[in-house]
Design a protein around this ligand. Structure first.
Ligand SMILES: N[C@@H](CCC(=O)N[C@@H](CS)C(=O)NCC(=O)O)C(=O)O
Length: 236
């Protein structure tokens, strides 16, 4: 019986190739990485911007994780995007994990300092954690408002999450101060994460006028918006 080339996630009713042979064949055929995601998700955007900055080849597969027919669980048991399917068919989940891995693939536009500089690296990851944490709070507010009937929505829960957004923005503003970029003189993953967060807030919470109260963040965001990677991934 002829062997059939089939992806680890796909159904296959013929004898698959032995895994080692399958992986070697994929590498030989130069199957590009695949990013599963949506055009609106700020976490997905973070990965797309990093892929673009690092000039990495990939296929972007759109997936709506909110419809019952979604097949995202085949790639990510947590049912979330982004999910990166690597050349050998194995997957990485969570934008923080994905972007850290992507940065190791090429020295082009290094977004995290290499190995030895642990403190600097932790500092950049800390910016990312804060930016992502603001997003997490925003997502919880949106889910409360869009997925629950009005009479079941908790005003206290929404206020708690909105506080995190407000305090998180204030912390970003103070930390940025007069610096050219979040981590100092150089553009890093911290800027990618903060830029995605600010733009998503404008997209989903236009009533939060973060620009007015945060001139340093507004200045940073205007600079980031000139980058092709940001222009090509505006949330929609
Ligand atoms: N911490 C995750 C968050 C990913 C996330 O929450 N993605 C949203 C889209 S914006 C999602 O897929 N939600 C589906 C769900 O929660 O079921 C990351 O950084 O990748």
């Amino acid at each position: 019986m002829p062997a059939t080339l089939c992806g680890p996630l796909g159904a296959c009713d013929q004898t698959p190739l032995p895994p080692m042979l399958y992986c070697s064949l994929l590498l030989y055929l130069k199957v590009p990485m695949k990013l599963i995601g949506s055009l609106a998700s700020p976490y997905v955007r973070k990965a797309r911007i990093v892929l673009a900055e690092k000039k990495l080849d990939y296929v972007f597969e759109l997936e709506n994780v909110w419809v019952p027919e979604t097949r995202i669980a085949q790639a990510n048991p947590l049912g979330k995007v982004p999910c990166l399917v690597m050349e050998d068919g194995s997957t990485l989940i969570d934008s923080k994990v994905i972007v850290e891995y992507l940065d190791t693939l090429t020295p082009v536009c290094k977004l995290l300092p290499a190995g030895g500089n642990g403190r600097e690296r932790a500092d950049i990851k800390n910016w990312e954690a804060l930016a992502d944490g603001i997003l997490d709070a925003g997502v919880l507010v949106r889910l409360e408002r869009t997925q629950r009937p009005p009479e079941q929505q908790s005003a206290a829960w929404i206020a708690r999450q909105l506080d995190k957004i407000i305090l998180g923005l204030a912390a970003l503003e103070t930390r940025l101060g007069e610096s050219a970029y979040c981590a100092g003189k150089n553009y890093t993953l911290a800027d990618v994460a903060v830029g995605c967060t600010l733009d998503w807030l404008s997209f989903r919470f236009p009533e939060i006028d973060w620009r007015a109260a945060h001139p340093a963040l507004a200045r940073l965001f205007d600079k980031l918006s000139e980058r092709q990677s940001f222009k090509d991934t505006v949330p929609q």
